[in-house]
Design a protein around this ligand. Structure first.
Ligand SMILES: Nc1ncnc2c1ncn2[C@@H]1O[C@H](COP(=O)(O)OP(=O)(O)OP(=O)(O)O)[C@@H](O)[C@H]1O
Length: 221
């Protein structure tokens, strides 16, 4: 099925189903036996201590890493979506996703939205407003503080019109004011999406309707 970006905007029933999913690196199983369904309109927290496998599960969910066992099924309004196409349907903010340091803020925003659409009512000026960086549109990303880079990653993910929103450690590098700013973005821009948050900090995920603990899937194979 060939979806154009305009069709992606119209998806309101995205579903991701994990069937007996497991992943190992070499001979070490990180998790296995994950049976779970994620539905659009719901918020999910993937929980676990450092190194437990949260980012690994998120990578499987977003199609960038293949599972070692099991099957993952994506549907949009009931129509199957190939794993190779899933990136079109999602926005991801994560510590390991780099911004392009040589771009200015303005160029970075333009570049991002060459590939995905703005959410309705949002444009570049609105994102600059959201970031509260007046006069910094031409500043190079490389001169941004780590907290400002994190805010930019979050703003780009939240303001992109995709049915799936994935956030890995969303408040890393944010101060208390930044955490409040993040919670505001969740309220404004996560509604109606399939939102998945990897975290081990309650303030990042306490609003989530569902939690999935990696430790529940540390079985022997
Ligand atoms: N490509 C890889 N090759 C080998 N081992 C890996 C690879 N990627 C991850 N791992 C291992 O898998 C385990 C889970 O890592 P993962 O990054 O998913 O954990 P996490 O729960 O997201 O951790 P954190 O909270 O520290 O971000 C770790 O032991 C890690 O070393």
């Amino acid at each position: 099925m060939d979806y154009g970006l305009s069709t992606i905007d119209q998806i309101n029933a995205m579903q991701i189903t994990l069937k007996n999913i497991g992943r190992r690196f070499n001979r070490d199983w990180i998790f296995n036996g994950v049976d779970y369904t994620f539905n659009q309109g719901e918020t999910y927290a993937i929980l676990g201590s450092n190194g437990s496998g949260k980012s690994t599960l998120l990578a499987i969910l977003n199609g960038s890493l293949a599972p070692s066992m099991g099957e993952i099924v994506y549907t949009g309004n009931g129509t199957p979506i190939e794993v190779s196409e899933v990136y079109n349907y999602l926005s991801l903010a994560a510590p390991y996703l780099e911004l392009i340091e040589e771009f200015s803020l303005s160029e970075m925003i333009d570049f991002h939205f060459k590939f995905k659409n703005y959410k309705p009512g949002i444009d570049k000026a609105a994102i600059l407003d959201l970031l509260n960086l007046p006069g910094n549109a031409n500043k190079l990303i490389r001169y941004f503080s780590s907290g400002m880079k994190q805010r930019l990653k979050l703003a780009l993910a939240f303001c992109t019109d995709t049915p799936i929103l994935m956030l890995d450690e969303p408040t890393s590098n944010l101060d208390a004011q930044g955490v409040e700013w993040y919670i505001n973005l969740v309220q404004q821009f996560a509604t109606g999406r399939l939102t998945v948050i990897c975290s081990n900090q309650a303030h990042e995920y306490s609003f989530c309707q569902h939690t999935l603990s990696i430790t529940d899937y540390k079985n022997q194979v």
